[in-house]
Design a protein around this ligand. Structure first.
Ligand SMILES: NC(=O)c1ccc[n+]([C@@H]2O[C@H](COP(=O)([O-])OP(=O)(O)OC[C@H]3O[C@@H](n4cnc5c(N)ncnc54)[C@H](OP(=O)(O)O)[C@@H]3O)[C@@H](O)[C@H]2O)c1
Length: 242
């Protein structure tokens, strides 16, 4: 049976490439979600032009009405979701400000999209994931979430203190562990992915990793078999420190 995969924030960047690679894997119908449906439709058309099984879906992850409409439409058409990739994310921070001086409004904005919206989308689609034989949830985190590495002066990320973004991803990791506990005796697995430092609009042009590689961790976690981890924090098959 064809699997149904839903990817948020998939009109560009890592989400778009994840849509491409999942559709290429075969046996998967990819729902390419975007908050601006015209951008998502253009992205889906591009992948359809490559012969891939992709449909655009409108989904603003911070808008409860948009989430409810997407749930209704997907439930009516497919009745279940096998793979949910919570990919949408933002990093609007002023990197020149000190940790202590980031505006509270920025903290709230970042947490709204990166954490609360991710939880809201997961809650909304969990009933459909429970209808899958092997549901998979992939939460886009970041190595910048790692408290262990942030506390280690010898680590490569030690000086990358963009606190609202970093802490929002630390919270995504914590949420992943909490949800994995609840789902431990079900066929559903939920894991956190660090994609790499990737050349996207967010990562910027000097990031070392190409988008084609940046999608690989999400794709691998979406395609885990029954022996795969639950509640792990992974980059390219390796476990990262919390
Ligand atoms: N790039 C990196 O180096 C890197 C490293 C670690 C983790 N990550 C994580 O990987 C994920 C993808 O990042 P990326 O580099 O591909 O970023 P990107 O190119 O900036 O793409 C972000 C995507 O999220 C969407 N989005 C933002 N707010 C949304 C909302 N409210 N509803 C729906 N979609 C929304 C954007 O839509 P619009 O086009 O409409 O803005 C866009 O499609 C993010 O969670 C990011 O934190 C990236």
């Amino acid at each position: 049976m064809t699997k149904i995969a839903l990817i948020t924030g998939a009109n560009k960047g890592i989400g778009f490439e994840t849509a491409r690679q999942l559709a290429r894997a075969g046996g998967i119908h990819v729902l390419l979600a975007s908050r601006d449906l015209s951008k998502g439709t253009a992205a889906a058309l591009q992948l359809q032009g490559e012969g891939l099984d992709v449909t655009a879906v409108g989904l603003d992850v911070t808008d409860p009405a948009s989430i409810a409409a997407a749930v209704k439409a997907i439930d009516a058409k497919y009745g279940r979701v096998d793979i949910l990739i919570n990919n949408a994310g933002i990093n609007p921070q002023d990197g020149t400000r000190k940790v202590s001086e980031q505006h509270l409004a920025t903290w709230r904005e970042v947490f709204e999209t990166n954490l609360f919206a991710l939880i809201a989308v997961t809650q909304a689609f969990l009933p459909m994931l429970k209808k899958s034989d092997a549901g998979r949830i992939v939460n886009l985190s970041s190595v910048l979430a790692s408290m262990t590495l942030h506390s280690d002066p010898t680590s490569g990320i030690y000086d990358f203190k963009i606190p609202a973004y970093n802490v929002s991803k630390t919270a995504v990791n914590a949420w992943t562990v909490q949800l994995a506990y609840e789902l431990r005796d079900t066929p559903i697995k939920v894991n956190a992915a660090h994609p790499g430092y990737v050349k996207t609009d967010m990562g910027g042009p000097s990031a070392p990793m190409e988008i084609v590689d940046g999608a690989k961790t999400s794709v691998a976690l979406a395609l885990l078999d029954a022996r795969g981890p639950n509640g792990a924090f992974i980059h390219m098959g390796e476990t990262l420190p919390w």
